[in-house]
Design a protein around this ligand. Structure first.
Ligand SMILES: [Zn+2]
Length: 325
Protein backbone atom coordinates (compact mmCIF):
# COMPACT_ATOMS: atom_id res chain seq x y z
CA UNK A 1 0.00 0.00 0.00
CA UNK A 2 2.81 2.39 0.93
CA UNK A 3 4.55 1.52 -2.33
CA UNK A 4 1.39 2.30 -4.29
CA UNK A 5 0.93 5.61 -2.49
CA UNK A 6 4.57 6.56 -3.13
CA UNK A 7 4.14 5.69 -6.80
CA UNK A 8 0.99 7.78 -6.98
CA UNK A 9 2.66 10.75 -5.30
CA UNK A 10 5.78 10.69 -7.43
CA UNK A 11 4.30 9.78 -10.82
CA UNK A 12 1.38 11.18 -12.71
CA UNK A 13 -1.94 9.39 -12.53
CA UNK A 14 -2.48 6.91 -15.35
CA UNK A 15 -5.17 7.69 -17.93
CA UNK A 16 -7.23 4.76 -16.62
CA UNK A 17 -7.20 6.12 -13.07
CA UNK A 18 -7.77 9.66 -14.26
CA UNK A 19 -10.88 8.54 -16.12
CA UNK A 20 -12.40 7.26 -12.89
CA UNK A 21 -14.29 10.42 -11.99
CA UNK A 22 -14.37 12.14 -15.35
CA UNK A 23 -18.09 11.42 -15.65
CA UNK A 24 -18.68 13.65 -12.64
CA UNK A 25 -17.95 17.37 -12.99
CA UNK A 26 -15.98 19.08 -10.27
CA UNK A 27 -15.80 22.66 -9.06
CA UNK A 28 -12.39 23.91 -7.95
CA UNK A 29 -12.12 26.52 -5.20
CA UNK A 30 -9.29 29.05 -5.22
CA UNK A 31 -8.93 32.24 -3.20
CA UNK A 32 -6.18 34.72 -4.12
CA UNK A 33 -2.87 34.46 -6.00
CA UNK A 34 0.66 35.63 -5.33
CA UNK A 35 3.96 36.05 -7.13
CA UNK A 36 6.10 36.22 -3.97
CA UNK A 37 7.29 33.73 -1.37
CA UNK A 38 5.70 34.31 2.03
CA UNK A 39 6.82 33.77 5.57
CA UNK A 40 5.41 33.81 9.08
CA UNK A 41 1.64 34.06 9.26
CA UNK A 42 1.31 35.65 5.83
CA UNK A 43 -0.27 33.01 3.59
CA UNK A 44 0.53 30.36 6.22
CA UNK A 45 -2.75 28.64 5.36
CA UNK A 46 -1.72 28.53 1.68
CA UNK A 47 -4.90 30.16 0.41
CA UNK A 48 -3.01 32.39 -2.06
CA UNK A 49 -1.75 30.15 -4.87
CA UNK A 50 1.58 31.03 -6.48
CA UNK A 51 0.96 32.24 -10.03
CA UNK A 52 3.49 29.77 -11.49
CA UNK A 53 1.49 26.92 -9.95
CA UNK A 54 -1.71 28.35 -11.39
CA UNK A 55 -0.04 28.36 -14.83
CA UNK A 56 1.06 24.73 -14.39
CA UNK A 57 -2.39 23.65 -13.18
CA UNK A 58 -4.18 25.44 -16.04
CA UNK A 59 -1.86 23.80 -18.60
CA UNK A 60 -2.63 20.43 -17.00
CA UNK A 61 -6.39 21.08 -17.00
CA UNK A 62 -6.33 22.11 -20.66
CA UNK A 63 -4.50 18.89 -21.52
CA UNK A 64 -6.61 16.42 -19.53
CA UNK A 65 -9.93 18.09 -18.64
CA UNK A 66 -12.45 20.59 -20.01
CA UNK A 67 -12.73 23.91 -18.20
CA UNK A 68 -16.34 25.08 -18.46
CA UNK A 69 -18.11 28.05 -16.89
CA UNK A 70 -20.38 27.78 -13.87
CA UNK A 71 -23.20 29.05 -16.11
CA UNK A 72 -22.63 26.12 -18.47
CA UNK A 73 -22.57 23.61 -15.62
CA UNK A 74 -25.76 25.15 -14.19
CA UNK A 75 -27.45 24.91 -17.56
CA UNK A 76 -26.53 21.22 -17.88
CA UNK A 77 -27.69 20.43 -14.34
CA UNK A 78 -30.96 22.34 -14.80
CA UNK A 79 -31.71 20.66 -18.15
CA UNK A 80 -30.56 17.29 -16.78
CA UNK A 81 -28.05 17.09 -19.62
CA UNK A 82 -24.72 15.38 -19.00
CA UNK A 83 -21.94 18.01 -18.80
CA UNK A 84 -18.96 17.43 -21.11
CA UNK A 85 -16.73 14.58 -19.90
CA UNK A 86 -14.02 15.80 -17.56
CA UNK A 87 -15.77 19.10 -16.84
CA UNK A 88 -14.02 21.35 -14.35
CA UNK A 89 -15.34 24.72 -13.12
CA UNK A 90 -13.01 27.36 -11.65
CA UNK A 91 -14.21 29.52 -8.73
CA UNK A 92 -12.24 32.20 -6.84
CA UNK A 93 -13.57 33.26 -3.42
CA UNK A 94 -13.67 36.66 -1.69
CA UNK A 95 -12.60 39.10 -4.47
CA UNK A 96 -8.84 39.59 -4.12
CA UNK A 97 -7.12 42.03 -6.51
CA UNK A 98 -4.72 39.26 -7.49
CA UNK A 99 -7.56 37.61 -9.43
CA UNK A 100 -7.23 40.54 -11.86
CA UNK A 101 -3.49 41.14 -11.64
CA UNK A 102 -2.22 37.54 -11.74
CA UNK A 103 -4.97 35.06 -12.63
CA UNK A 104 -6.87 36.99 -15.31
CA UNK A 105 -3.92 37.22 -17.77
CA UNK A 106 -3.49 33.44 -17.51
CA UNK A 107 -7.23 32.90 -17.92
CA UNK A 108 -7.01 34.89 -21.15
CA UNK A 109 -3.96 32.93 -22.30
CA UNK A 110 -5.62 29.55 -21.68
CA UNK A 111 -9.21 30.64 -22.39
CA UNK A 112 -10.22 29.49 -18.93
CA UNK A 113 -13.54 30.84 -17.65
CA UNK A 114 -14.05 31.42 -13.92
CA UNK A 115 -16.62 32.67 -11.44
CA UNK A 116 -15.41 35.09 -8.76
CA UNK A 117 -17.49 35.23 -5.58
CA UNK A 118 -17.38 38.71 -4.07
CA UNK A 119 -17.68 39.56 -0.40
CA UNK A 120 -19.07 42.94 -1.40
CA UNK A 121 -18.04 45.07 1.59
CA UNK A 122 -14.43 44.03 0.85
CA UNK A 123 -14.70 45.22 -2.78
CA UNK A 124 -17.01 48.20 -2.27
CA UNK A 125 -15.30 49.74 0.75
CA UNK A 126 -11.88 47.98 0.92
CA UNK A 127 -12.91 46.71 4.35
CA UNK A 128 -10.88 43.56 4.95
CA UNK A 129 -12.58 40.29 5.85
CA UNK A 130 -12.04 39.53 9.55
CA UNK A 131 -9.97 36.41 8.81
CA UNK A 132 -7.50 38.56 6.84
CA UNK A 133 -7.36 41.07 9.71
CA UNK A 134 -6.32 38.21 12.00
CA UNK A 135 -3.72 36.98 9.47
CA UNK A 136 -2.25 40.46 9.12
CA UNK A 137 -2.21 41.06 12.87
CA UNK A 138 -0.40 37.81 13.64
CA UNK A 139 2.08 38.35 10.79
CA UNK A 140 2.85 41.97 11.74
CA UNK A 141 3.16 41.08 15.44
CA UNK A 142 5.51 38.17 14.65
CA UNK A 143 3.23 35.63 16.31
CA UNK A 144 3.07 31.92 15.52
CA UNK A 145 0.97 30.54 12.62
CA UNK A 146 -0.13 27.64 14.84
CA UNK A 147 -1.64 30.06 17.39
CA UNK A 148 -3.32 32.02 14.60
CA UNK A 149 -4.95 28.91 13.17
CA UNK A 150 -6.19 27.86 16.61
CA UNK A 151 -7.66 31.31 17.30
CA UNK A 152 -9.42 31.44 13.94
CA UNK A 153 -10.96 28.03 14.49
CA UNK A 154 -12.26 29.15 17.90
CA UNK A 155 -13.65 32.41 16.50
CA UNK A 156 -15.43 30.61 13.66
CA UNK A 157 -17.52 28.73 16.22
CA UNK A 158 -18.82 31.95 17.84
CA UNK A 159 -22.05 33.74 16.92
CA UNK A 160 -21.14 36.20 14.14
CA UNK A 161 -21.81 39.27 16.29
CA UNK A 162 -19.27 38.11 18.89
CA UNK A 163 -16.31 37.89 16.48
CA UNK A 164 -15.82 41.61 15.77
CA UNK A 165 -15.28 42.68 19.44
CA UNK A 166 -12.61 39.98 19.90
CA UNK A 167 -10.74 40.98 16.72
CA UNK A 168 -10.95 44.69 17.69
CA UNK A 169 -9.60 43.96 21.16
CA UNK A 170 -6.66 42.02 19.72
CA UNK A 171 -5.92 44.86 17.30
CA UNK A 172 -5.96 47.41 20.15
CA UNK A 173 -3.81 45.18 22.34
CA UNK A 174 -1.07 44.93 19.70
CA UNK A 175 -1.58 48.39 18.17
CA UNK A 176 -1.86 46.76 14.73
CA UNK A 177 -4.97 46.91 12.57
CA UNK A 178 -5.67 46.20 8.91
CA UNK A 179 -8.41 48.78 8.52
CA UNK A 180 -8.26 49.34 4.75
CA UNK A 181 -7.07 46.62 2.38
CA UNK A 182 -5.87 48.70 -0.58
CA UNK A 183 -3.40 51.13 0.97
CA UNK A 184 0.04 51.07 -0.75
CA UNK A 185 1.85 50.03 2.44
CA UNK A 186 -0.38 46.96 2.87
CA UNK A 187 0.98 43.75 1.23
CA UNK A 188 -0.64 43.10 -2.15
CA UNK A 189 -2.18 39.77 -1.13
CA UNK A 190 -4.69 41.64 1.09
CA UNK A 191 -5.88 44.04 -1.65
CA UNK A 192 -9.41 43.76 -3.02
CA UNK A 193 -10.64 44.04 -6.59
CA UNK A 194 -12.09 47.37 -7.65
CA UNK A 195 -15.41 47.65 -9.43
CA UNK A 196 -13.58 48.85 -12.57
CA UNK A 197 -11.54 45.63 -12.55
CA UNK A 198 -14.75 43.64 -12.01
CA UNK A 199 -16.38 45.30 -15.02
CA UNK A 200 -13.28 44.86 -17.20
CA UNK A 201 -13.16 41.12 -16.48
CA UNK A 202 -16.88 40.69 -16.94
CA UNK A 203 -16.83 42.50 -20.29
CA UNK A 204 -14.27 39.94 -21.53
CA UNK A 205 -16.91 37.21 -21.22
CA UNK A 206 -14.35 35.08 -19.39
CA UNK A 207 -15.35 35.95 -15.81
CA UNK A 208 -18.70 36.23 -14.11
CA UNK A 209 -19.44 37.28 -10.57
CA UNK A 210 -21.34 35.62 -7.77
CA UNK A 211 -22.15 36.76 -4.24
CA UNK A 212 -20.31 35.69 -1.10
CA UNK A 213 -22.38 37.78 1.40
CA UNK A 214 -21.62 41.42 2.16
CA UNK A 215 -19.44 41.07 5.28
CA UNK A 216 -18.41 37.41 4.98
CA UNK A 217 -20.53 36.31 7.93
CA UNK A 218 -20.87 32.59 8.55
CA UNK A 219 -24.59 32.26 7.85
CA UNK A 220 -25.11 29.15 9.96
CA UNK A 221 -24.47 31.36 13.00
CA UNK A 222 -26.82 34.21 12.00
CA UNK A 223 -30.53 34.89 12.51
CA UNK A 224 -32.87 34.96 9.50
CA UNK A 225 -32.95 38.77 9.28
CA UNK A 226 -29.14 38.99 9.13
CA UNK A 227 -28.96 36.21 6.52
CA UNK A 228 -31.55 37.99 4.39
CA UNK A 229 -29.65 41.29 4.60
CA UNK A 230 -26.28 39.67 3.79
CA UNK A 231 -27.71 37.87 0.74
CA UNK A 232 -29.72 40.80 -0.63
CA UNK A 233 -27.01 43.43 -0.08
CA UNK A 234 -24.31 41.44 -1.88
CA UNK A 235 -26.61 40.52 -4.77
CA UNK A 236 -27.89 44.09 -5.22
CA UNK A 237 -24.40 45.65 -5.10
CA UNK A 238 -23.02 43.26 -7.73
CA UNK A 239 -26.03 43.84 -9.98
CA UNK A 240 -25.80 47.63 -9.50
CA UNK A 241 -22.12 47.67 -10.47
CA UNK A 242 -22.15 45.08 -13.28
CA UNK A 243 -25.65 45.65 -14.68
CA UNK A 244 -26.00 41.87 -14.98
CA UNK A 245 -28.05 39.37 -12.95
CA UNK A 246 -26.08 37.88 -10.04
CA UNK A 247 -27.25 34.27 -9.97
CA UNK A 248 -24.59 32.38 -8.02
CA UNK A 249 -23.97 32.32 -4.28
CA UNK A 250 -21.12 30.85 -2.24
CA UNK A 251 -21.33 30.23 1.53
CA UNK A 252 -18.54 31.82 3.64
CA UNK A 253 -16.59 29.09 5.43
CA UNK A 254 -19.02 26.71 3.73
CA UNK A 255 -18.61 23.62 5.92
CA UNK A 256 -21.18 21.62 7.86
CA UNK A 257 -22.97 23.95 10.28
CA UNK A 258 -22.14 27.02 8.15
CA UNK A 259 -25.48 26.77 6.30
CA UNK A 260 -28.91 25.46 7.18
CA UNK A 261 -32.26 24.56 5.67
CA UNK A 262 -33.41 28.09 6.54
CA UNK A 263 -30.40 29.77 4.90
CA UNK A 264 -30.81 27.62 1.81
CA UNK A 265 -34.47 28.65 1.54
CA UNK A 266 -33.42 32.31 1.78
CA UNK A 267 -30.74 31.78 -0.90
CA UNK A 268 -33.46 30.54 -3.26
CA UNK A 269 -35.93 33.29 -2.28
CA UNK A 270 -33.27 35.97 -2.90
CA UNK A 271 -33.06 34.75 -6.49
CA UNK A 272 -29.82 32.77 -6.63
CA UNK A 273 -29.84 29.80 -9.03
CA UNK A 274 -26.90 27.99 -7.43
CA UNK A 275 -25.02 27.77 -4.15
CA UNK A 276 -21.62 26.28 -3.42
CA UNK A 277 -20.02 25.07 -0.19
CA UNK A 278 -16.53 24.02 0.86
CA UNK A 279 -17.63 20.43 1.41
CA UNK A 280 -15.17 18.30 -0.54
CA UNK A 281 -16.58 16.29 -3.40
CA UNK A 282 -17.71 16.02 -7.00
CA UNK A 283 -20.98 17.29 -8.42
CA UNK A 284 -23.71 14.71 -8.41
CA UNK A 285 -25.85 15.38 -11.44
CA UNK A 286 -29.00 14.28 -9.58
CA UNK A 287 -28.63 16.72 -6.68
CA UNK A 288 -29.63 19.89 -8.51
CA UNK A 289 -27.81 23.20 -8.39
CA UNK A 290 -27.71 24.03 -4.66
CA UNK A 291 -25.15 23.19 -1.98
CA UNK A 292 -22.66 22.08 -4.61
CA UNK A 293 -19.40 20.63 -3.20
CA UNK A 294 -15.96 21.84 -4.30
CA UNK A 295 -12.31 20.80 -4.20
CA UNK A 296 -9.94 23.33 -2.64
CA UNK A 297 -6.74 24.28 -4.49
CA UNK A 298 -4.12 25.66 -2.12
CA UNK A 299 -0.46 26.58 -2.38
CA UNK A 300 0.70 23.39 -0.63
CA UNK A 301 -0.41 21.32 -3.66
CA UNK A 302 2.09 20.36 -6.34
CA UNK A 303 1.16 18.95 -9.73
CA UNK A 304 1.22 15.23 -8.75
CA UNK A 305 -1.08 15.93 -5.80
CA UNK A 306 -3.32 18.15 -7.92
CA UNK A 307 -3.56 15.31 -10.44
CA UNK A 308 -4.38 12.83 -7.65
CA UNK A 309 -6.99 15.12 -6.16
CA UNK A 310 -8.81 15.50 -9.47
CA UNK A 311 -8.64 11.75 -10.06
CA UNK A 312 -10.35 11.18 -6.72
CA UNK A 313 -7.49 9.89 -4.61
CA UNK A 314 -7.24 12.46 -1.87
CA UNK A 315 -10.70 13.19 -0.54
CA UNK A 316 -9.45 12.84 3.05
CA UNK A 317 -6.74 15.42 2.45
CA UNK A 318 -9.37 17.66 0.94
CA UNK A 319 -11.34 17.85 4.15
CA UNK A 320 -8.27 19.37 5.73
CA UNK A 321 -7.48 21.56 2.76
CA UNK A 322 -10.89 23.19 2.36
CA UNK A 323 -10.16 26.02 4.77
CA UNK A 324 -13.31 27.84 3.85
CA UNK A 325 -11.98 31.36 4.17
ZN1 LIG B 1 -14.60 33.48 1.63
Amino acid sequence: MKFLLRQLLTHSVSPVLRARLKQQPCILMFHGFTDRPHSGCENSQHKHLHVEKLKTFLQFLKRHYQIISLNELTRCLSMQEPPPEGSVVLTFDDGFASCHQLAYPLQQCYEAPATIYLATEFVDQNTPIWTDRVDYLFHAAGLQPKEMRALKQRLKKLPSADIEPVVCELEQLHGIALTRSNRPEIPAIYHSLTWDQVREMQDSGLVNFGAHTHTHKILGHCDAATIGTELATSKQLIERETLRPCEHFCYPNGGLGDFSTASEQLVKETGFKTSTTTLAGWVNRAQGTYLLPRLGVTNDLDLPRFDLMLAGFSAGMQRLRNLGN
